[in-house]
Write a protein that binds this ligand. Structure first.
Ligand code: SAM
Length: 219
């Protein structure tokens, strides 16, 4: 990362400091892989960028010899060099790539949260580094589901905000499916507090996800 990639431009994520919680999240969220299937269908072959790749969970499931994936991630604690990905440390707002490098770029629940002040900076970077007619896909929470009804704060992305920026949306109806109520209680308590966790009696919780997509116009 270079000197302008200051710490205040990175959204703190708990994955490296609470690995046990992250393990539950990644195993139980969208167990049927509907988000991965959507991305697999929508992303082209060629060089693809995963922005805020975390430990590479999504990228390893999408990469192939004909679709190599570069994993951009600022938190060294998240980077898993054991995965067959090309890891680069950096941030979305200052993506360390030449213009028109990628056939597509995507982010899953990473950085592109529509309330952030510098999100347009991140989007401008994606539009710069993705080739003409290449795709940009941003995956986030859709809200209005069992998951958000447990939340003590707004967890849904603002669909109008994305529409105003020329993104189309696809809704994906998936779930968190836990192995036990104890596991569900642990993760919900960690996310939203003990009271929210105590209000849940289910091991499978409805979860609606939205994939926003747009095509980079010809320059
Ligand atoms: C919720 S995790 C999602 C990880 C992964 N995309 C997944 O679906 O498992 C968000 C990730 O975004 C990374 N991140 C935080 N600030 C960022 C920034 N400014 N640019 C790119 N990634 C960022 C965090 O370090 C974290 O790994």
């Amino acid at each position: 990362m270079n000197s302008s990639d200051s710490q205040d431009r990175i959204i703190r994520f708990y994955g490296a400091s609470h690995p046990a919680m992250f393990e539950i999240e990644r195993r139980c969220m969208d167990r049927d892989g509907l988000v991965i299937r959507h991305l697999d269908r929508e992303l082209p072959q060629g060089l693809v960028l995963d922005v805020g790749a975390g430990n590479g969970f999504t990228a390893v499931r999408l990469c192939s010899p004909s679709r190599p994936i570069v994993a951009l991630e600022p938190d060294s604690g998240m980077i898993d060099p054991g995965t067959p990905l090309l890891w680069i440390r950096g941030i979305a707002q200052n993506a360390p790539f030449r213009e028109s490098t990628f056939h597509a770029a995507y982010a899953t629940w990473a950085f592109f949260f529509d309330g952030l002040p510098d999100i347009d900076e991140g989007l401008a970077e994606l539009r710069r580094i993705v080739k003409n007619n290449g795709k940009i896909i941003i995956v986030d929470n859709a809200g209005d589901d069992g998951f958000s009804s447990l939340a003590t704060r707004n967890t849904a992305s603002n669909r109008g905000w994305w529409r105003d920026r020329g993104f189309d949306e696809t809704l994906i109806h998936t779930s968190f499916r836990f192995d036990s109520l104890d596991e569900a209680t642990k993760l919900i308590g960690f996310y939203f507090g003990d009271e929210a966790a105590a209000g849940n009696t289910k091991t499978e919780i409805e979860y609606r996800v939205v994939a926003y997509s747009t095509t980079v116009p010809k320059r």
